[in-house]
Write a protein that binds this ligand. Structure first.
Ligand code: CND
Ligand code: ZN
Length: 368
């Protein structure tokens, strides 16, 4: 029985930037107040984890990465009311407290109740504090998570797939249906065909888009894109040397109603703005640009009525909406199988990193 005791378990720690993670034995604190200790079962690797490793997303070190997980509640702090031992859960890097101004507002999911950059740590390794990525740190067999950053899901859901509802699937799908607000018959372009972009394609398809342009410099992604609903696959490397992607795309395919950038590349963000219709086009930024990046474009795009926006976690009110997404997955209305290309044990997490970095995988699911 582990309740009330510090747990010693394995976790993958990133000690330095641009290095491999090390599997270490760590201590995980007893949960107090609104904290919940979760046994993590599966965690899929997302490109945001890679952004930390390569230094383009600044965080404190050493860190335990991971934010796309499923788990089971091991024990709870004395102020926790909504969870008990044995509940099946998804950790949420985007909290929902239901009390702050953002939670009360119908148009945003950006709850301000918890700022994970100020959160302390519940992990130690050889006497040293280890920080949890985005308040979660789910590349650990156990993690301590605040109550507003956790949601119960149907225990019948397949946990190795449901973890994708903790980030990639929810982020891309929601960016399409909530942020881009894709309507039946619209023409859509998705730039970047990873787990996030492919989920945006599925969102566009389920919303009834009439044409979905899947855009990536890696043509190996096109099969998956077609499986998810893309009607056309476009490789920017086919643009003639003296040409610009935006004007080339419009000349060949026409402008689109909605575009989604799912890479975090500033040039691709500009392209997303270029290729939407004047008057009503909407360009949605989903990718996370490197720390300190700026985006510049001709302000005429705004004068002629284009909308430029973006979202975190697909705009979903996380605790309200994620169980519904898991339900749609369970019923097969949202497909997740084509997104899962590899599976590894925690020891092999760095193989998953190499595959994602080299464009050889969509999502690798890691068993803890
Ligand atoms: P992943 O690496 O799987 O996919 C990125 C895709 O972009 C790959 O297929 C690349 O080949 C492609 N690509 C790279 N450069 C170019 C280029 N110049 N032109 C065209 N295609 C290119 O990444 P992912 O799907 O896991 O994540 C994508 C982004 O979304 C990444 O920046 C991640 O940090 C971000 C994100 C955002 C949010 C949010 O809440 N907004 C949540 N999770 C992830
Ligand atoms: Zn993510």
């Amino acid at each position: 029985d582990t309740v009330g005791k510090v747990i010693r378990c394995r976790a993958a720690i990133l000690w330095e930037l641009k290095s491999k993670m090390k599997i270490e034995e760590i201590e995980v604190a007893v949960p107090v107040k609104d904290q919940i200790r979760v046994k993590i079962i599966y965690n899929a690797l997302c490109h945001s984890d890679l952004h930390v490793i390569d230094g383009s997303l600044k965080t404190r070190l050493p860190i335990i990465l991971g934010h796309e997980a499923t788990g089971i509640v091991e024990s709870v702090g004395d102020e926790v009311k909504a969870f008990k031992t044995g509940d099946v859960v998804i950790p949420l890097y985007q909290p929902q407290c239901r009390k702050c101004a953002a939670c009360q507002h119908g148009d945003t999911n950006l709850c301000t109740s918890l700022s994970f950059s100020n959160e302390g740590s519940h992990f130690t390794c050889r006497g040293k504090q280890v920080f949890p990525f985005m308040g979660l740190g789910t590349f650990s067999e156990y993690a301590v998570i605040r109550e507003h950053m956790l949601v119960k899901i149907d225990p019948r859901a397949p946990l190795d797939k449901a973890c994708l509802a903790g980030c990639g699937l929810a982020t891309g799908y929601g960016a399409a249906v909530n942020t881009a607000q894709i309507r039946r018959g619209e023409r859509v372009a998705v730039i970047g065909l990873g787990g996030v972009g492919l989920s945006a394609i599925q969102g566009a398809k389920n919303a009834g888009a009439s044409a979905i342009y899947a855009i990536d410099i890696n043509s190996e992604k096109f099969d998956s894109a077609r499986k998810m609903g893309a009607t056309h696959c476009v490789n920017p490397r086919d643009v003639p040397k003296d040409g610009k992607f935006g004007s080339w795309f419009i000349k060949n395919f026409g402008a689109v109603d909605k575009s989604l950038e799912c890479i975090g590349n500033v040039q691709c963000m500009k392209d997303a703005v270029e290729i939407v219709e004047r008057g009503w086009g909407r360009a949605v930024m989903v990718g996370i640009a490197p720390d300190g990046a700026t985006l510049s474009f001709n302000p005429g795009h705004l004068t002629i009525g284009k909308t430029i926006t973006g979202s975190i976690f697909g705009g979903w009110k996380s605790i309200d909406d994620i169980p519904m997404l898991v339900e749609e997955m369970r019923k097969g209305k949202i497909e997740v199988d084509p997104l899962i290309t590899h599976r590894f044990d925690l020891e092999k997490v760095d193989e998953a990193v190499e595959l994602l970095k080299n464009g050889k995988s969509i999502r690798s699911v890691i068993s803890l």
